[in-house]
Design a protein around this ligand. Structure first.
Ligand SMILES: Cc1ncc(COP(=O)(O)O)c(C=O)c1O
Length: 405
């Protein structure tokens, strides 16, 4: 291995939300954090050195995106997703959630219906609500430990919807959608004239034998109705640099998207975001190729540990993402009791499944984007809380479930 993912980096005192803002979010400091969806790994020298070099220049004025930035994006999309994109299709935003809100505001109006598939990354729901659109939930179905789409329900909901917020790969159920599933989606979206916002921020964290298929790569028709959002933020742990990439092949959709971006004067990007994204897409592949088996091994560690020590909790086998979806249903706790058990008894900060909408009840999301030692420490805390509380479950004293991010 060229890179050392076992290295523990002390992130405290850096104002990172995951470690430094536990009290603000959970009302408690002494928690082991496995929540916010960033990783505890340092970025590789291939990305860090260009950032340092840029920083050493010491003048940080308004900066455009050079041709190298676009060439790096185009190269990454071709080599990682077998998708040939054009320079003009690339539109940068300060994040995926801003792009999602922008798309909602530009392409739908107050009172329009938007389809999501819960349990799903909760800013989808928040964005629909804050923009006063109507949420239509095509809830995913858990069958034999595997999440699937309820096609009949989607067929119905699509009839009255304007837009579909698609999460691919899916956070938190960690599905990587297949070509057959995407083809069915295409058919439904086509017949019902739905615009798709395809959030593919987790596209690079895929476990073999799964492969990520960009929604818009499937066909020209699908590309014409899809805004696809990607970023280096999850892949290379660069979320703080706030730069994401939208691929919009359709001229008219892209014109309107860019106009709204310009109206808000959000079309410029952070200097370090540009440098880091370019470097990551140019030279980050080797690091990523070592990261993926490391994350997979973390999953195997969690799975084996739970089977041996805490069989009441099972983990959904992930196809992608560094987020595990733990099924805690057998504990027989309400969502408030479950949240309280993890916080108060186990001293663990995970994301409460209920936050992700219907279907998230009885689940907890665990972030394994960290050294294996950090994962094991979390599991040990969980095990000791289970043995201390065996006669206490169910009925652990409930406290208000905190907000999350
Ligand atoms: C599916 C998904 N979309 C978007 C985001 C956040 O994107 P950004 O920070 O670029 O707004 C996350 C972060 O966890 C995510 O999981």
């Amino acid at each position: 291995m060229k890179y050392n993912f076992n290295k523990t980096i002390d992130r405290t005192g850096t104002d990172c939300i995951k470690w430094d803002y536990l009290e603000a979010f959970f009302g408690k400091k002494d928690l082991h954090p496995m929540w916010v969806a960033d990783m505890d790994f340092e970025v590789p020298p291939e990305i860090l050195n260009p950032i340092k070099e840029r920083a050493s220049h010491s003048v940080f004025g308004y900066t455009a995106k050079p041709m190298d930035f676009y060439t790096a994006v185009i190269h990454w999309f071709k080599t990682r997703y077998d998708w040939e994109i054009e320079k003009d299709w690339i539109v940068a935003t300060p994040g995926v959630v801003p792009a999602l809100n922008l798309a909602l505001q530009e392409f739908t109006k107050t009172g329009d219906s938007i389809v999501i598939q819960s349990p799903v990354y909760f800013p989808f729901k928040d964005s629909i609500e804050i923009n006063e659109r109507i949420l239509l939930d095509n809830e995913l179905v858990l069958r034999n430990g595997h999440y699937e789409i309820n096609w009949e329900d989607l067929e119905q909901k699509a009839k009255s919807a304007e837009m579909f917020l698609f999460c691919s790969p899916h956070n938190p159920v960690s599905r990587v959608w297949t070509a057959q599933e995407l083809e069915k989606l295409e058919d439904i979206c086509e017949r019902n004239d739905l615009l798709i916002f395809s959030d593919e921020i987790h596209a690079d964290i895929i476990f073999k034998p799964n492969t990520h298929i960009p929604t818009a790569r499937l066909s020209k028709k699908l590309a014409d109705r899809t805004i696809s959002a990607f970023a280096t933020s999850k892949t290379f742990n660069l979320a703080g640099l706030q730069l994401s990439i939208n691929i919009i092949p359709n001229d008219e959709v892209r014109r309107r998207f860019k106009l709204t971006l310009e109206r808000l004067h959000l079309n410029m990007s952070n200097i370090f975001g540009i440098t880091a994204t370019t470097a990551a897409y140019q030279n980050g592949a080797e690091w990523l190729d070592e990261l993926l088996p490391y994350l997979w091994n973390n999953y195997l560690t969690v799975d084996a540990y739970l089977k041996k020590n805490i069989p009441e909790i099972t983990v959904i086998k992930p196809e992608g993402t560094f987020l595990l979806w733990l099924d805690c249903g057998k504990l027989g706790l309400t969502d408030e009791e479950l949240a309280s058990f993890f916080l108060q008894k186990a001293g663990l900060a995970l994301s409460n499944g209920a936050l992700f909408g219907p279907g998230g009840s009885g689940f907890m999301r665990m972030n394994i984007g960290c050294p294996e030692e950090t994962v094991i420490h979390g599991l040990e805390k969980l095990k000791s809380a289970m043995s201390d509380s065996s006669q206490l479950l169910p009925g652990v004293e409930a406290e208000d479930a905190p907000a999350d991010c």
